[in-house]
Design a binder for this molecule. Structure first.
Ligand SMILES: Nc1nc2c(ncn2[C@@H]2O[C@H](COP(=O)(O)OP(=O)(O)OP(=O)(O)O)[C@@H](O)[C@H]2O)c(=O)[nH]1
Ligand SMILES: [Mg+2]
Length: 210
């Protein structure tokens, strides 16, 4: 039997806001939805769930007044580079075993994301990842900060750098989240805004949220 309990009061949060935003055509962090930037929305949603908050990208996003942590691995190496920066940041805090990452382009993620993921951690080495409708969303993960060096060597040697391939090497709990009721149909809370069309769809969801 495992006797490890994650200390829920010391979980730092990192918003992954790097990448190329090639499908959007401009930086997704500063794109506005209902008059607020995606970055501001995601920060508001995450702040009450974590002990401290930081924004990560390869370069500082526009109008970012939060603590900024840059990618340590250069060259827009993908989401795993952001997750690596988050782990390394968490490790510097001294009191955190795990760090939560969320994606800047998913403005409707659950208010109880961290509680649910934290409940699935029963060893210090375990990773917890969100899923919905049978699909995993590994950028929404609770990661052991002690894996920073392992992840850094994996990024240096793995050509494709797929999050899923990294997860195969570790002990992972997948946590299924329900769809969110709205005044229209059910919304996948991990709906992500990659394109201008997705942004228009997000505006429609915003109007029917309850
Ligand atoms: N720190 C960091 N985050 C990244 C990097 N690449 C992607 N991300 C983040 O990973 C998450 C998922 O990114 P995607 O939507 O798949 O890709 P994207 O690069 O933002 O956009 P596209 O160019 O349209 O694919 C988002 O939160 C991005 O901000 C990177 O090189 N560094
Ligand atoms: Mg995306």
């Amino acid at each position: 039997m495992n006797d490890f309990t994650l200390n829920r009061s010391t979980i730092p949060g990192v918003v992954l806001a790097g990448g190329r935003s090639s499908r959007m055509g401009r930086d997704k962090a500063s794109v506005t939805l209902g008059g607020h930037s995606l970055l501001a929305r995601v920060l508001d949603q995450l702040a009450p769930q974590v002990s401290s908050i930081a924004v990560n990208a390869d370069a500082i996003p526009e109008n970012c007044s939060q603590r900024f942590i840059p990618d340590i691995i250069p060259g827009k190496a993908g989401p795993m580079a952001g997750i690596h920066a988050a782990m390394a940041y968490g490790a510097t805090l001294g009191d955190a075993t795990h760090v939560i990452t969320v994606s800047v382009d998913s403005p409707f993620f659950p208010h109880d994301l961290v509680d649910w993921l934290a409940a699935a951690i029963d060893t210090p080495e375990k990773i917890a990842i969100a899923t919905s409708e049978g699909r995993s969303h590994p950028v929404f993960g609770l990661w052991p900060v002690a894996l920073a060096d392992d992840l850094s060597s994996w990024i240096a040697t793995d050509e494709k750098r797929r999050v899923r391939d990294f997860l195969l090497r570790h002990d992972v709990a997948e946590v299924a989240f329900p769809l969110r009721p709205t005044r229209a149909s059910l919304l996948d809370p991990f709906f992500n805004v990659n394109t201008p069309d997705d942004l228009a769809e997000a505006e429609r969801w915003l109007k029917v949220l309850v």
